[in-house]
Design a protein around this ligand. Structure first.
Ligand code: ACM
Length: 801
């Protein structure tokens, strides 16, 4: 089956005078409460871990009585002459200043005040021993009444501990100083070595500034791998000095549909690339945050952009053009020695830019049609005694493995690289579910799990009507929290091959940096806990509770996270004859107390509490949100309750005619990205919508808002499943409305004038005659072709009175 992601698819510390200033500003450490304060009823009795809102939750945490109190000016001492430790201290103090408004003076390692005056100590100590820790990422953090001590064996451990300490500093972002941190001891280390996220700049490119921000946010969740998908059919995004056309030509495409032409009728050029200078800067930035960037250069498929730049690298010699389509393309590299020279030269520059041990060579979805059809490729196979095209890809991968290994690097690729045999040193990234991981680990390969759909964050995080474009099989916060990176079929020895997991941010439906951020958080917080914290510490309810504070951190950091887990879904049932509406409220996680208003005001913690479905007059508006600890968990969602509004359905609120067999996507109209852009919920194979049980008694006609978008999908063999319908009345195409069933009576057909195509959305008035009682309405398009793809934006039943 094809992947329809369419896819289904500062300043130096040793500056002169620094210590003097630091001395003058050093925190006067406040006294500590004695153990007896534990029984002081005025102290909140806070359960261990959850109240501290640490994500990911640490391996072990023990609270003790009392608090460390941080005053206006505090100091941070570094007990190491290690430059990395100094950098971490700088990073930490800058973060605390930025997000908590607290200034920390940094004391140099050589400062005589370092032991006596400072409130916080960062210590690198190779003798630190932590239970069960075989990583180099562990740390121990002790908060005592007069001093906070963070100890780690490695700089990476120190960094992780600093992130935990930052979280302790941001338990209540709104609190005024002094800031109190409960006395405790944390010993912590990761469950998995590979804790990743993947960014895809090929479909829509993210700005270099955003990539850095993304890395920052990763580090604050203790993620340590950024897999960077730098090349694909839709764009080549990395400057390669030896082959300038890769970016002069391969980095640019013309958007599909109306978006491909500007206001002056000129073709639009869309794309971009990262210069080597920008990449070096991003890599250095990531290193300072202990995130390794694993670059991916796709081969032998997903190579259309490269082959458009240098057609001689392809099988046909023809220039296919940089693609504006999503899906599986059939353009492959050829297997001439000169193509390997090209790929090796590219990888040489890539290795020069990225110090990562792993280099990703893609390997997925290499549809073999061109290799099969090419006499030259077939001759080469005979010459090499290679039996089929799968074995040819295996031979291709082995050549790259030999090259990478000669340069001290390790090959990693998508699970297709297993087909036809793979050298044992290669690591497999399992995306077609977990079966690739199981097979690979059984064969003795290291594996990284990033299965579709479980960790494909292009799947929507909820099913609220205001969800953005994406793949509508919801991957909820809870789905991610419950993801098990160790497939059940592996025994203990095989399971040791699981390096970890990552979530993939395929960007077909993320045209903006903000849309990437929204798809990532808070689901990435759930994944961070799965991958860092021991299974015994996983606790869904505790996680949700901790997320309340984590969301406040996101707001402070400027992360535009998704509200899908907590926002209230307002379900209405219209009782037209009695002018009443039944209202049901719920949120995805069933977390928090839902409160609502019917007077147009914003809900507050004092608003009526929702206790179960109720009935109210069909007028005005309902607004609802869920609260926890008196804080709203999401923006209030509103719904008009007047009769006309209750007779309105967006395409996502209609039912799909083939919910289980099609390829259902939420696709944006090809108008500029923005709040007014229509999002169509549509089945690519057979666009068809049902309004079940519509009460038609008093309905005069229906209004249907429709749009057409380019069918920019490469479906490979699945193109056979796409249904086209012949128009019955209007040869240029029509919208058909059927009664009761899709093969029931044709109620109406309305012409789709060609001029309507690509002009945003258009409202059609559909006379349906008079039909007493309740009926289902089936709506679909008949144009005799599938491109452009016509889709419904919304349907309105219009009453006679
Ligand atoms: C993939 O989603 N084709 C790795």
């Amino acid at each position: 089956m094809i992947d329809y992601r369419l896819r289904r698819n500062t300043r130096g510390l040793r500056q002169k005078g620094f210590c003097l200033i630091a001395l003058a500003l050093t925190l006067a450490l406040l006294g500590c409460r004695s153990m007896s304060s534990h029984n002081d009823k005025s102290e909140p009795q806070i359960p261990v871990a959850t109240d501290l809102s640490l994500i990911p939750v640490p391996y072990s945490l023990h609270r003790s009585a009392g608090y460390f109190t941080l005053g206006k000016n505090a100091a941070l001492g570094i007990h190491s002459n290690d430059a990395a430790a100094e950098n971490i201290a700088h990073y930490f103090s800058e973060l605390v200043q930025r997000t908590r408004g607290v200034h920390l003076d940094l004391l140099a390692p050589t400062s005589k005040d370092n032991n006596t005056q400072s409130g916080i100590d960062f210590v690198l100590d190779p003798r630190l021993s932590l239970k069960d820790d075989d990583s180099d990422e562990g740390y121990a953090l002790t908060v005592a009444t007069g001093r906070i001590t963070l100890v780690a064996r490695s700089a990476h451990g120190l960094f992780n501990g600093a992130v935990t300490l930052w979280q302790l500093f941001t338990l209540d972002a709104d609190a005024n100083l002094p800031l109190r941190i409960p006395c405790l001891r944390i010993e912590d280390h990761p469950r998995f070595a590979w804790r990743g996220l993947m960014l895809d700049p090929a479909r829509h490119m993210q700005s270099p500034e955003f990539v850095k921000q993304f890395i920052d946010w990763m580090a604050l969740h203790k993620f340590n791998v950024l897999h960077w998908h730098l090349t694909d059919d839709q764009g080549w995004r990395i400057e390669i000095k030896k082959y300038p056309k890769l970016t002069e030509v391969g980095a640019w495409r013309r958007p599909a549909g109306a978006a491909g032409t500007d206001a002056n009728g000129q073709p639009v050029r869309y794309g971009g690339y990262y210069t080597q200078e920008q990449i070096r800067d991003i890599v250095a930035y990531a290193q300072q945050r202990y995130v390794t960037i694993v670059p991916e250069i796709e081969m032998p498929g997903h190579a259309q952009a490269a082959i458009s730049a240098y057609p001689e690298l392809g099988v046909t010699g023809k220039n296919p053009g940089v693609s504006h389509d999503w899906g599986v393309h059939t353009v492959l590299y050829n297997v001439d020695d000169s193509t390997f020279v090209f790929l090796q030269n590219v990888l040489a520059e890539v290795m020069d830019l990225f110090p990562s041990k792993y280099i990703h060579i893609g390997g997925d979805e290499a549809a073999k049609d061109q290799w099969q059809a090419s006499a030259r490729v077939q001759a080469r196979m005979r010459e090499l005694d290679i039996k089929d095209e799968t074995a040819l890809q295996s031979w291709f991968t082995r050549r790259m493995q030999t090259f990478l290994s000669a340069h001290g690097r390790k090959l990693i690729g998508w699970d297709e690289i297993l087909d036809g045999g793979l050298p044992p040193q290669a690591t497999v990234m399992s995306w077609r579910g977990s079966k690739g991981a199981i097979e690979a680990a059984k064969q003795g390969h290291d594996v990284v799990l990033s299965p579709d759909p479980d960790l494909y964050f292009d799947h929507l995080s909820g099913d609220l009507p205001d969800e953005p474009a994406g793949r509508p099989k919801v991957i909820s916060l809870r789905d991610v929290y419950e993801f098990n990176p160790i497939p059940k079929d592996l025994d203990a020895t095989q399971a040791r091959h699981v390096l970890g997991a990552q979530a993939n941010l395929w960007s077909e439906y993320f045209p903006t940096d903000a849309s990437v951020a929204r798809a990532t958080y808070p689901r990435a917080a759930a994944l961070a806990e799965v991958l860092w914290s021991p299974v015994t510490a996983h606790d869904w309810n505790g996680f949700l509770d901790r997320l309340v504070v984590q969301q406040a951190r996101y707001r402070e950091l400027g992360i535009g996270y998704a509200q899908s887990a907590f926002a209230v879904h307002i379900e209405t049932t219209f009782d037209a004859p009695h002018g009443k509406v039944g209202v049901k409220l719920a949120n995805q996680t069933d977390f928090g107390t839902i409160r609502y208003t019917l007077d147009g005001n914003a809900p507050t913690p004092q608003s009526p509490r929702y206790t179960g479905p109720f009935e109210t007059a069909a007028s005005g508006e309902i607004r609802a949100t869920a609260f926890a600890h008196d804080a709203p968990l999401a923006d209030a969602r509103a719904r008009k309750l007047d009769p006309l509004a209750l007779l309105h359905r967006s395409s996502g609120e209609l039912r799909q005619c083939h919910p289980n067999s099609g390829v259902i996507l939420r696709l944006p109209d090809d108008t500029p990205v923005g709040p007014d852009q229509a999002i169509f919920h549509v089945d690519l194979f057979d666009p068809c919508w049902l309004w079940p049980d519509a009460s038609l008694d008093d309905i005069d006609h229906i209004a249907v808002n429709v749009g057409s978008i380019p069918f920019n999908f490469q479906l490979w063999k699945d193109i056979k499943s796409v249904v086209t319908r012949k128009p019955l009345k209007y040869p240029a195409g029509e919208l058909q409305v059927h009664l009761d069933r899709c093969d029931g009576d044709l109620l109406a057909a309305v012409a789709l004038a060609p001029a309507l195509a690509n002009a945003g959305t258009t409202q059609l008035e559909v006379p349906i005659g008079h039909h007493a009682g309740t009926h289902s309405l089936c709506l679909r398009f008949a144009t005799g072709k599938y491109d452009p793809l016509w889709a419904i934006d919304w349907v309105q039943l219009v009453p006679a009175h």
